[in-house]
Every structure is written in structure tokens, then in C-alpha cells.
Design a binder for this molecule. Structure first.
Ligand SMILES: *[C@@H]1O[C@H](CO)[C@@H](O)[C@H](O)[C@H]1NC(C)=O
Ligand SMILES: *[C@@H]1O[C@H](CO)[C@@H](O)[C@H](O)[C@H]1NC(C)=O
Ligand SMILES: *[C@@H]1O[C@H](CO)[C@@H](O)[C@H](O)[C@H]1NC(C)=O
Length: 267
């Protein structure tokens, strides 16, 4: 993500807020201003949403999202950019096809895109009254690593999960791995970013070290932030819905039971 400002999120102690909004697709392109600034094409294909000042290079000193004239997000105040790598299906015969992204249930009319959440507590916690500090202009972070596919690596990002959609409204269970069998209504990726900030850096060389998960428990269980990253920030979460229906024929899936879908990082 590339943070500008979220005027709708007032973060005084007494404010209770859960923001949930839809952002339609800005573009799908081989660009990544965080990992590969200035490089076009970048190694990975991304779906990008948010402000229209998005570019292959985004100088953090310039607060570029502030230069956006419009945004694909429902809240015009939010000209941040958010992006995720796209998912591909590898058929048994070796062909690759990009999996279409579809709007989430409840947001008809949106083209692809994602649902974005900013939360002060877990999704099911109606109080939403924990004290969190707003992201500062120019803030950026990444979660996930497109180069690794082992369970240990996946566990570094403990709150990136998947839901096998039996119907568009399915919300549980969430699994750490992509579903190992076809899902009737597609797959939802639930991408929760870390919620503890070092309080100093808007970004770091790997775009991750300024952020950490709670020292124990989770954001949802109100686990405390570690001493190294003492400042709680809102839980940023994306939901991305992949329409896998055209790939649900068992005869197209790998015979060895391996995963036919491949996904990459979110930023
Ligand atoms: C986008 O980046 C390109 C290449 O760095 C640059 O030439 C162009 O002026 C930038 N566009 C905007 C609107 O900043
Ligand atoms: C490979 O399989 C896919 C899925 O069944 C099919 O759409 C495609 O035409 C096949 N490609 C080749 C070259 O056989
Ligand atoms: C988490 O850490 C806090 C503060 O150190 C402590 O009070 C709490 O008991 C811990 N919770 C768990 C589940 O370990």
C-alpha cells in the first residue's frame, strides 16, 4: 500500500470506527513502484486500486497520492494505492491462465477490485474502540513474498488466509493454504497486514521491517505490540475475490495433487 491520508478515520480515543469500502480496479499491469521503482515491466503482474497518481515510480518525499485527482475507492478522501499480485491457474497440460477478479458480495457494479478494511479491533468486535495511531502520509508497507512457497515462509505472514467460497457469502473457515480442491463460488483471499509500527519509519529497505505482528496473540485478541514496534496502527485488511469457476474441472487439476493456483505478494 502507499498511504496518503484517511480523513474519515478519526483516531481519538473515544472514536469507534470500522471502515469497509470497495475500490474497483485502477489497472492490471506489470508495475511495482515499491519493489521495482521505475522498472516497466516489473517481474510480477499486479492489480492496482486507488488514486490515479499511481506511477511506476512514487517518490515518498513527494506524497504523490495527494496529487491524485480521483480514486477508484468509494471514499473520495482515500487516494492511497493498494495492490496485490494476481492469481494464475496452471492447467494439467501446462497452460497458464489469469484468474478473473470479481466484486465482493454487497458491492454490485464494482469492476474487479478489492474490499478494504481499516479496523480498530477484530472484524467481529463491534466495540472498535482500541486506541490506534493513524498511518502518516507517505507510509508504505508490503506483506507476502512472491519468491517463496514453503509452509515456513507462508507462516512468516500469519494473517494471509484463504476462504473456499461455497457461495458468495461464505466467510469461514479461513485456511493458511490455498484450497486444495475446486471451490464452487471461487476463492477469497483475506490479507491482513501487521499492526505494530516502529513509530519512526514510513518505510524500510524491504518495506516490512518497520512493521511487526503483536508480541503474542493477534490483533483480534488484542495482543500487545512488541517493544521494538510499540505503536498500534489500524488493522488494514483486503478481501480479494477470485472467480475460479472456469477452472473447477477436476480433469484440469494436477494429477499429483499439487496446487494449480499461484499467487504473489500484496502491498
Ligand atoms: C510517471 O513516471 C514516468 C517515468 O518515470 C514519468 O515520465 C512521468 O512523468 C510520470 N507521470 C507523472 C504523472 O508523474
Ligand atoms: C489446456 O487445457 C486448458 C484447460 O482445459 C484448455 O483450455 C486449453 O485449450 C488446453 N491447451 C492445450 C494447448 O491443449
Ligand atoms: C501477552 O503479553 C501480555 C503482556 O506481556 C501479557 O499480559 C499476556 O498475559 C500475554 N498473553 C498471552 C496469551 O500470553
Amino acid at each position: 500500500m502507499y498511504w496518503k491520508s484517511m480523513t474519515a478515520l478519526a483516531l481519538a480515543t473515544r472514536t469507534a470506527a470500522l471502515l469497509r469500502f470497495s475500490c474497483t480496479q485502477l489497472t492490471i499491469d506489470r508495475v511495482d513502484p515499491l519493489v521495482n521503482p521505475g522498472l516497466s515491466p516489473s517481474p510480477h503482474l499486479h492489480q492496482i486500486i486507488g488514486g490515479n497518481s499511481f506511477n511506476i515510480t512514487m517518490d515518498p518525499a513527494k506524497d504523490m497520492p495527494a496529487e491524485s485527482a480521483c480514486t477508484t475507492c468509494q471514499f473520495v478522501e482515500d487516494s492511497s494505492n493498494y495492490w496485490t499480485a494476481v492469481l494464475f491457474f496452471r492447467a494439467r497440460n501446462g497452460t497458464y491462465k489469469r484468474v478473473p477478479i470479481v466484486p465482493n458480495v454487497g458491492f454490485p457494479g464494482a469492476e474487479g477490485g478489492m474490499t478494504v478494511y481499516y479496523m480498530q479491533n477484530g472484524l467481529a468486535d463491534y466495540q472498535q474502540n482500541s486506541k490506534v495511531t493513524a498511518f502518516k502520509p507517505g507510509f508504505r508497507m508490503i506483506i507476502g513474498d512472491p519468491l517463496t512457497h514453503t509452509a515456513a515462509d507462508a507462516n512468516r505472514f500469519r494473517q494471509v488466509t484463504y476462504t473456499c467460497l461455497q457461495d458468495p457469502g461464505t466467510r469461514f473457515p479461513e485456511t493458511k493454504n490455498l484450497p486444495n480442491k475446486p471451490c464452487p463460488s471461487g476463492i477469497m483471499a483475506n490479507i491482513r497486514f501487521p499492526t505494530c509500527w516502529d513509530g519512526k519509519n514510513l518505510d524500510t529497505h524491504n518495506h516490512m521491517d518497520h512493521m511487526a505482528y503483536p508480541a503474542n496473540g493477534t490483533f483480534d485478541s488484542r495482543g500487545p505490540c512488541p517493544e521494538s514496534h510499540p505503536v498500534p496502527v489500524p488493522q488494514l485488511m483486503y478481501e480479494v475475490v477470485w472467480d475460479t469457476r472456469q477452472f473447477n474441472h477436476p480433469e484440469d487439476w494436477p494429477e499429483d495433487g499439487s496446487q494449480p493456483f499461484d499467487t504473489e505478494a500484496s502491498e
